[in-house]
Structure formats: C-alpha cells, structure tokens
Design a protein around this ligand. Sequence first.
Ligand SMILES: [Zn+2]
Length: 113
Amino acid sequence: MHELSIAQSLLGIVLQEAARHGVSRVTKVAVKIGALASVVPSSLTFSFDMIKEGTVAAEAVLEIEQVPAMGVCHACGAEMDMSGLVAACPACGSKDIELSSGQELYVDHIEAE
Ligand SMILES: [Zn+2]
C-alpha cells in the first residue's frame, strides 16, 4: 500500500519536528499533495490515523491541500493546466513546456501545543 509508506515518512518528519521543538501534542499536520503525485487523500488519512496512535501526533488531524498540475511555457511564459495531456503550449504552440507544479508531496506546516 503506497499511501502507508508515504504516511510513515510524513509521520517521521512530524515526530522529528515535534522533538526538535519540544512539543508534547501535535494538533494538526498540513500537507500539500500535487495532482500528479498519485496519492489518494482518503487512503493517506486512513494510513496516517492508523500509525499515529501512541505518538505525540496521536490527536493530530491530517489536513490535505491538493495542488493543481500547472505548466509553464519557456517560449512565451504562458501558464497552463497540465492535469490532462499537454503536448504543446496552447498560447504559442511551442513544445518547450515544463511542469511547474503538481508533483509535490510535503509537510507544509505543523500545529502543536
Ligand atoms: Zn507558449
């Protein structure tokens, strides 16, 4: 299960941060997940809730913000939605386009008491 290993690494980061800041209770963990990261948010929440038991993050709520897949054209600078298959820039037709967001997967911030 793909989401379980992601949840484990996210929890690892949270516990490390909590220890570093001397936190005894983490209340919220906000993560950003790109549309192309192929993570199912409900599975990730389920996995996180399962493994957080017995840690300082036992009561933490996992808040998932999904980041849309966006691209940028190197030729004209146009930004475009990359959630579908994009082979060329819709503005100028250039194929010199690059994914600018949509693959991220990281802990944005942690709230604690
Ligand atoms: Zn262009």
